[in-house]
Design a binder for this molecule. Structure first.
Ligand code: PEP
Ligand code: MN
Length: 337
């Protein structure tokens, strides 16, 4: 349930409604806009059944929300959320490109990649230091050593850095080195991890779970926001379907669906969605055309020797071609790259 106050409602009227909600043991989340204040009721709204909040001073209307997520809900927060990652803003008028290797493999590999993607126009460096691999025998990541290379790459290039975290220990280490935490597809419903990410003050990139519905995904975002961290960026990375020609099936419809249901920015990862290098460019175009706020693209100095996800990684030259070909499309859409 959401209570929309009249434009420029007085603080005393807002406090009155808030007090009634709290008296019932519920939480009143206040979203104070420039003109209008919106109060979200978090908890069992049945406890308010005996109250007609519409009669109180300066209450404009009551909106009933059927979705269980509220803080991530567009009805609650009609203006788009803009998330700052270092000096980069996601959700504004720039189509933000994150790029880098699947896994940080060495200092030299990461620094070379950081310089190359910056030259091609990327805004954020991505790299995995904790790799949630399907096989326990596959390369698991350099962990804190990898994070230190991420930090060094940021110092050298000025690009903000994002790294996946897979445990509380990883969060505790990552906050010392990176500008954004990534929660990967496999951990999208690791509610403990979501809450811990929500307790940090770093923005969180939340990838869609392998078989998660949009509703489940937005509820996962709700876990982070409910801990006090509103800076969540969603990332569509393909879902499991019957199709085997690609690693996953990119759900392009998730972009307008998220835009209709939520105020959070959404980016698209065509690398993990397809697993096929040649499909990354056409699907990047499709994602941007559908309204995505950005892209995540895997790149590697020599994809043929990559320790993970080589077949979907672009060489530096291929990445440069991609950004060059994206530029006119982004401009046509009235945005910047
Ligand atoms: C990744 O971004 O490196 C990754 C493992 O992606 P996902 O969680 O989407 O599989
Ligand atoms: Mn990968």
């Amino acid at each position: 349930m959401i209570i929309v106050m009249k434009p420029k409602a007085k603080q005393v009227s807002i406090d009155r409604v808030k007090a009634i909600i709290e008296e019932k043991g519920l939480y009143a989340h206040i979203s104070a806009g420039h003109e209008v204040t919106i109060i979200g009721v978090v908890g069992d709204k049945a406890k308010l059944m005996d109250q007609n909040l519409a009669i109180y001073d300066e209450v404009d209307k009551i909106v009933y929300v059927t979705e269980s997520y509220k803080l991530a809900n567009k009805k609650f927060h009609p203006d788009p959320t803009i998330v700052n990652v270092g000096n980069v803003t996601i959700g504004g008028d720039t189509t933000v490109i994150m790029s880098g290797p699947c896994a940080v493999e060495s200092r030299q590999q990461l620094l070379a990649t950081a310089h190359a993607i910056k030259k091609a126009g990327a805004h954020i460096l991505r790299g995995g230091a904790y790799k949630p691999r399907t096989s326990p025998y596959a390369f698991q990541g350099l962990e804190e050593e990898g994070l230190s290379y991420m930090k060094e790459a940021r110092e050298e290039t000025g690009l903000p850095v994002v790294c996946e975290v897979t445990s509380l220990d990883a969060i505790e280490s990552a906050v010392k080195y990176v500008d954004m935490l990534q929660i990967g597809a496999r951990n999208m419903q690791n509610f403990y991890l979501l809450k811990e990410a929500g307790k940090t003050d770093l923005p969180v990139l939340l990838k869609r779970g392998l078989s998660a519905t949009i509703d489940e995904w937005l509820n996962a975002a709700e876990y982070i926001i409910a801990e006090g961290n509103p800076n969540v960026v969603l990332c569509e990375r393909g879902i499991r379907t019957f199709e085997t020609a690609t690693r996953n099936t990119l759900d392009i419809s998730a972009v307008p669906a998220i835009k209709a249901k939520s105020h959070l920015p959404i980016i698209v990862d065509p690398s993990h969605a397809t697993g096929v290098r040649d499909y990354v460019k056409p699907l990047s175009m499709a994602a941007v055309a559908a309204g995505a706020d950005g892209l995540m693209i895997e790149t590697h100095p020599d994809p043929s020797t990559a320790l993970s996800d080589g077949p979907q990684s672009l060489s530096f030259d291929q990445f440069e071609v991609l950004t060059e070909e994206l530029r006119p499309l982004v401009t046509l859409l009235g945005k910047k790259l």
